[in-house]
Design a protein around this ligand. Structure first.
Ligand SMILES: [Mg+2]
Length: 223
C-alpha cells in the first residue's frame, strides 16, 4: 500500500476529545433561550463553524416558538462555558502515535478544522504534540469561502500542501466533516465513536467509500 500524499486531520472529536464539551456548551446556551437540544440536533452541530452553529441554533429556537436571541447574545452565553471546558480536552486514543508515524515517514500533514484560530490556540495549549502539524486551515481562514460540509476547507489544505486532494487521506468524525472531505475527493477515514451513546442510538451510517476505524491506532500508513 503506497503512502498517502498527505494526511489531513480534523481536530475536534478526531485528534482531541472536545465534542462532548462543545455539546455541553451549546446545550447550556440553547436552554438559556428556552430550547433543549435533541441528540440529533447536537450531532448536526458537530464539525461546523461556530457562527454556522449559532445561526442553526437560532433557527431551532425560533421554530420552538421562543424569542430568538442575536448571534452575539447566544455566543455570550456559550463562549465562557466553552472556554472553561475546552482546555481540559484529552487526546483521542492513538492520535499522538499517528501524528508521530506521519512525521517519521515524512508524510505531509495539515489540520483542517472548523474551529477559529483563537479557539484552536485555546484547545492546543496543553498539547505540544499538535505543533507537528504546522499547516492549518481554520474555520475563520480568510481564504475560505465556505466551511464544512462544503469541500472548500479540504481543497484549500491540499492546495497549500501542493498535492491533489484525491491522493490525500482525510480523517474525520462528524457528518459535516465527512461530507466535506468526500466532496473534495479525499480518501476518508471515519473515526466511529463507538463509546458515543448518542451516535450509536442514532445508528449513523457512513458512505461505503469511507474507511471506518474505531481507534486511530488501527490506521496503517504503509505496509
Ligand atoms: Mg470533528
Amino acid at each position: 500500500m503506497p503512502l498517502p500524499a498527505a494526511c489531513l486531520f480534523d481536530l475536534d472529536g478526531l485528534l482531541l476529545d472536545t465534542e462532548p464539551l462543545h455539546s455541553e456548551a451549546w446545550q447550556h446556551a440553547a436552554q438559556r433561550f428556552g430550547l433543549h437540544l435533541t441528540v440529533e440536533q447536537l450531532l448536526a452541530l458537530r464539525g461546523r463553524r461556530r457562527l454556522d452553529c449559532a445561526e442553526q441554533v437560532r433557527r431551532w429556537i425560533g421554530q420552538a416558538g421562543q424569542v430568538v436571541p442575536s448571534v452575539e447574545e447566544l455566543l455570550a452565553v456559550r463562549q465562557p462555558i466553552a472556554e472553561r471546558l475546552l482546555p481540559s480536552a484529552q487526546p483521542m486514543p492513538g492520535a499522538i502515535a499517528l501524528i508521530a508515524a506521519c512525521q517519521d515517514r515524512g508524510v505531509p500533514m495539515a489540520m483542517v478544522t472548523s474551529s477559529s484560530r483563537t479557539a484552536v490556540a485555546l484547545k492546543e495549549a496543553p498539547h505540544p504534540w499538535l505543533a507537528a502539524i504546522s499547516l492549518r486551515v481554520h474555520g475563520d481562514d480568510p481564504a475560505l469561502a465556505a466551511g464544512k460540509p462544503a469541500p472548500d476547507p479540504y481543497r484549500l489544505a491540499a492546495q497549500r500542501l501542493g498535492v491533489d486532494p484525491r491522493v490525500c487521506w482525510a480523517f474525520e468524525d462528524s457528518q459535516a466533516g465527512v461530507q466535506s472531505a468526500l466532496a473534495a475527493g479525499c480518501l476518508v477515514h471515519v473515526l466511529v465513536h463507538r463509546h458515543d451513546r448518542v451516535a450509536a442510538e442514532l445508528g449513523l451510517q457512513w458512505p461505503s467509500s469511507c474507511r471506518l476505524v474505531e481507534d486511530l491506532s488501527e490506521v496503517v500508513l504503509a505496509e
